[in-house]
Design a binder for this molecule. Structure first.
Ligand SMILES: Cc1ncc(COP(=O)(O)O)c(C=O)c1O
Length: 461
């Protein structure tokens, strides 16, 4: 008989292994900085794991714990300062286990009411940070890419409804060279065009946007449906001039989306909140709790000023789905506001951590990331061989090692990664003489120390 769903001694042992591993892992503040191995090497060590009769939980788990996890980079390592790292709270990680164990379908209130209630409590706080008007709300998505796509599809559908002349027309959106790659990628998914405004400092302002609109030909102006501004660029932490962009969007009757996937957490940081002024005028906003709001992967969020428009774009119809719209099953249905139907309640870990710790601890932990960037910038300014490329912005620091070539930055990255010291990667910045390879820190983990920064900088001297 098939015993896969039965409770037996193997299940008990596997559960103990998992719980022991989980407790060890979340209490380890400096997990080994793993590095990738070639697939052939891993296969050599592991062999075939999926077989007709199974290799057993104990063996499979041991392979993961002793070999495979060591070929991954822990994103919460205090000296992982590359890309946009993450540092989920222990409460959020533990509740991620609870979310899985509870087996809740997160698409419709009928099945997921209690869990969706949790998500909505967390969402209420997120929305309050934006200052959007009454009636604005949002849903959790698999990440910033899915949130951006959901918002852009809602915008395009709203634009098509505005005029029959827009039906069947390939839509066009405007953004800047500071925008994240997902904007172009998702426009491709939607079969929309993107015009990228080349801002010298990757910082979009209202007047540059106005000029770009005026430079569009008449046909393209008619295809223009939205503007995507960035609330904290991935590369440099720069926040576009949201207020003046909102002015232009209002004047030109364009959907105003703010991609704050990375920077959105800083809405909870009083020291920089004013930099986001104008975000409260957006039609939609992306914020990734799995970046700077300490949620485990994956958790993004899309917020809309007008939820009706989002529902018109995303609500799915099918005879088997009609029950969810019935009076007796009514409630908030997350499936109606983003691209996914069946969904994990991925806002639940954020909710539990917020409920446990309170929002003030979130603010202080986010402020610490900003402070670490300022501390690192000061150390760089004081070091003879190093130079700041631009002032630290949010939690990002761009800096150069005087005299280094692109190859030297690359080799330095590999050296530090291989030795298990740190993961810090190069990026590019456009200066007066074109693009230059430089180095970049992005701080998220409030447990990163000044010593960690010193240890990394010393490897550049
Ligand atoms: C500004 C911005 N937008 C969108 C994304 C994409 O988010 P995700 O990787 O969660 O899909 C990122 C990721 O770094 C980002 O920084």
């Amino acid at each position: 008989m098939n015993k896969m769903h039965k409770i037996d001694i193997d299940l008990v042992e596997m559960t103990l292994d998992v719980m022991k591993y989980t407790i060890d892992r979340i209490s380890n503040v400096t997990p080994e900085l793993g590095a990738p191995k070639k697939e052939e090497e891993l296969f050599e060590l592991i062999g075939e794991t999926v077989t007709p009769t199974g290799i057993g939980g104990e063996v499979a788990f041991k392979m993961f714990r002793d070999i495979l996890v060591k070929a991954t980079v822990p994103i919460d390592h205090p000296r992982h300062l590359a890309f946009v790292p993450a540092a989920p709270t222990r409460a959020a990680i533990m509740f991620d286990l609870v979310t899985s164990a509870s087996s809740i379908h997160g698409a419709y209130w009928m099945e997921g009411a209690g869990g969706i209630f949790c998500e909505n409590q967390a969402m209420k706080w997120l929305v309050s940070l934006t200052g959007l008007p009454e009636g604005s709300f949002g849903v959790f998505t698999s990440g910033g890419t899915a949130a951006n796509l959901s918002a852009m599809v809602a915008a395009r559908e709203a634009w098509r409804k505005k005029s029959t002349g827009n039906i069947g027309v390939r839509a066009l959106l405007l953004t800047s060279n500071g925008a994240h790659s997902s904007i172009q990628a998702m426009a491709k998914v939607m079969d929309a065009d993107v015009v990228m405004i080349d801002c010298p400092d990757e910082n979009l302002r209202g007047h540059a946007l106005q000029t770009a609109i005026e430079e569009l030909g008449e046909k393209d102006r008619k295809r223009l449906f939205a503007v995507v501004a960035t609330g904290g660029t991935t590369n440099a932490g720069i926040i576009d001039e949201l207020d003046s962009i909102a002015d232009v969007c209002e004047k030109e009757d364009l959907w105003f989306h703010v991609d704050a996937a990375y920077g959105g957490g800083a809405l909870a940081a009083p020291s920089v909140r004013h930099l986001f002024n104008g975000i409260e005028r957006a039609d939609s906003i992306t914020i990734d709790p799995h970046k700077w709001l300490f949620s485990p992967y994956d958790c993004g969020a899309v917020i809309y000023k007008n939820m009706e428009l989002a529902a018109e774009a995303h609500s799915q119809k099918g005879s088997y789905l009609e029950i969810f719209k019935d009076e007796g099953a009514q409630g908030f249905n997350p499936a109606d506001y983003q691209i996914q139907l069946t969904r994990r309640l991925r806002g639940m870990p954020l909710w539990f951590s917020l409920a446990m710790h309170g929002t003030e601890k979130y603010s202080t932990s986010i402020e610490r990331g900003i402070e670490l960037a300022q501390i690192a910038a000061k150390k760089i300014e004081e070091a003879e061989d190093l130079e700041l490329v631009r002032p630290a912005s949010l939690s990002v620091v761009l800096f150069r090692r005087k005299g280094w070539t692109a190859e030297e930055y690359r080799d330095w990255t590999y050296r530090n990664h291989k030795s298990g010291l740190a993961l810090v990667t190069p990026t590019k910045w456009k200066g007066e003489n074109g693009y230059e390879t430089i180095s970049r820190f992005c701080f998220i983990n409030p447990e990163t120390t000044e010593d960690d920064i010193d240890m990394i900088l010393e490897t550049m001297m």
